[in-house]
Design a protein around this ligand. Structure first.
Ligand code: SF4
Length: 129
């Protein structure tokens, strides 16, 4: 038996899941084992969600929200849908939609992201239209 648990709170996901898929604007932007993604998020939206959770945060400490608003799903921006909100956006991000790239595999779980710059400042993954 499997269960799909939908939430914006990654702190809750850690408690109930082994595999995680992060969706943004109707696309899966990162997936893999909960352990790999929480320890080493490779998509900026995932990173933003992890900074927005109240889990393991001291009382009174301010959270870091993701700037901007989600896009209109009927009129998605060109290229990466997250680019208007992404602090790492760079060459090609607002032109070419990132394809899923497998970064590593641990057991049954592939760590996959849809980001041209999963290393943030490293070289871009292969871009193709
Ligand atoms: S492809 Fe570019 S804009 Fe999109 S998440 Fe990655 S770095 Fe940010």
């Amino acid at each position: 038996m499997a269960m799909i648990f939908v939430t914006h709170d990654l702190g809750v996901v850690v408690e109930v899941s082994r595999k995680l898929a992060v969706m943004y604007a109707g696309r899966m932007v990162e997936s893999g084992s909960v352990h790999d993604i929480v320890r080493n998020p490779r998509h900026p939206y995932t990173e933003g969600l992890l900074h927005s959770t109240v889990h393991e945060v001291e009382k009174g400490q301010r959270l870091t929200p993701i700037r901007g608003s989600p896009p209109n799903l009927a009129a998605l921006p060109p290229g990466c849908s997250f680019s208007p909100r992404c602090r790492y956006a760079a060459t090609g991000c607002n032109v070419i939609c990132p394809r899923p790239v497998t970064l590593e595999t641990h057991g049954a779980y592939e760590h996959v992201t849809r980001c041209h710059y999963p290393d943030r400042g490293g070289s871009a993954t292969a871009m193709s239209s």
